[in-house]
Design a protein around this ligand. Structure first.
Ligand SMILES: Cc1cc2nc3c(=O)[nH]c(=O)nc-3n(C[C@H](O)[C@H](O)[C@H](O)COP(=O)(O)OP(=O)(O)OC[C@H]3O[C@@H](n4cnc5c(N)ncnc54)[C@H](O)[C@@H]3O)c2cc1C
Ligand code: SF4
Length: 332
């Protein structure tokens, strides 16, 4: 591991200032450290300065404001998952958090850091392989290599790495936003704009400017959020990243037809994937497995698959079908 200097920030302002005035190359914030320290040990991340956020007060909370859920960025994944308000307002958020990592990791990791974890692509994590995301212009080892778990949606000729967070998928279904503070002040960023597809610059993963710090996550609640679920399919039922996942929220009208539906896909795309077309096709429909499969068909038209990962089109569709059936039970 490369030597680095260490600063323990005592406020968000102090953290942002430490970042902005750092003379070391590649300064990094640290929250739970469960993603960053791993990558430092692998020499994939080589920050010259670490700015530890864990002593920053006031960013560890869950509350309701104007009907929205607000979660501090330094709240532990397990504390958010166990919070009764979150379970009551949006079960999919709880289930997405509980489906990720392990209990020990969730006790350590924070919900802000979770959003900014980097891909689990094995070539990205092994410095001996070419990887455009780690070293721009070096090539993508996954395109002609092992890509069973790689993205089938949103990839490019330069990178097909899956975006890994489960929590972000549930946030995407319910139009969350993140509050950010940085050297140029504060702003709010929609979850739909936070993570960007690779295009021809896979090293650029988010729309955050250098030194911007996530302080909170805001989730609007709605009847569909209250009848929601997160379904995840992986090689194991725990301690494994998704091969396919779906966050679904549903509200049925008085006649039993779809009033509002939210669908986001995880484990399949380079970004958390909102199934806008499928949602539009389902509003007003009477739900059954066939109508959900038909609505999803256009979503996967743009899928770019390989011999190793083509099975995940069908897996993705059936994961949504199952999640919709669960959400329908709770909405009825
Ligand atoms: C074995 C294993 C299995 C896992 N399985 C899953 C899984 O199935 N699903 C899943 O979703 N996740 C999974 N994870 C990932 C885990 O959830 C993340 O490691 C964790 O959420 C990262 O949070 P952290 O607080 O530890 O982040 P850190 O490691 O501290 O930081 C991660 C990144 O975010 C930046 N950062 C942190 N906080 C902020 C902030 N507030 N503002 C701006 N930048 C910030 C850091 O600079 C760093 O770049 C797994 C991890 C491991 C090790
Ligand atoms: S898929 Fe992306 S992260 Fe993986 S090797 Fe290719 S460029 Fe690197």
């Amino acid at each position: 591991m490369r030597p680095f200097t260490y600063t323990r920030a005592r406020s968000a302002h102090e953290a942002v200032t430490a970042f902005a005035t750092s003379t070391a190359d590649r300064p990094h914030y640290l929250s739970g450290g469960t993603a960053l320290i791993d990558l430092m040990k692998l020499s994939v991340e080589t920050p010259g300065r670490i700015i530890d956020l864990t002593d920053v007060p006031d960013l560890d909370f869950v509350r309701e404001e104007d009907g929205d859920l607000i979660v501090g960025a330094l709240t532990r994944m397990s504390d958010v998952a166990n919070h009764p308000l979150v379970g009551a307002r949006c079960p999919a958020l709880v289930e997405s958090l509980r489906s990720g990592a392990s209990q020990q990791l969730r006790n350590m990791a924070r919900v802000g850091g979770n959003l900014l974890q980097r891909t689990r692509c094995g070539y990205f994590r092994s410095v001996e392989f070419p990887c455009n995301k780690r070293q721009p212009g070096s090539g993508c080892s996954a395109l002609g290599g092992l890509n069973r778990g790689h993205a089938i949606l949103g990839g490019s000729d330069h990178c097909i790495a899956v975006y890994p967070s489960d929590w972000a998928v549930a946030l995407t279904a319910f139009d969350a936003s993140v509050a950010v503070v940085g050297p140029n002040g504060t702003r709010s960023v929609s979850i739909h704009d936070l993570i960007v597809p690779p295009g021809d610059t896979p090293d650029r993963e988010t729309t955050l400017a250098p030194g911007e710090l996530i302080t909170a996550i805001r989730v609007p609640t709605s009847p569909a959020a209250r009848s929601s679920t997160y379904r995840k399919v992986g090689d194991r039922s725990s301690y494994a990243f998704a091969l396919a996942s779906a966050a679904v929220g549903l509200h049925l009208d008085a006649a039993g037809a779809v009033g509002e539906v939210r669908i986001a896909l995880g484990g399949l795309g380079t970004v958390p994937w909102r199934a806008w077309d499928a949602e539009r096709a389902l509003v007003g429909a009477r739900l059954d497995d066939a109508s959900v499969r038909a609505a999803l068909e256009p979503e996967f038209r743009s899928a770019r698959t390989t011999a190793q990962n083509a099975f995940r089109v069908g897996l993705g569709v059936e994961t949504v079908v199952e999640a919709v059936a669960i959400a329908k039970e709770s909405a009825s």
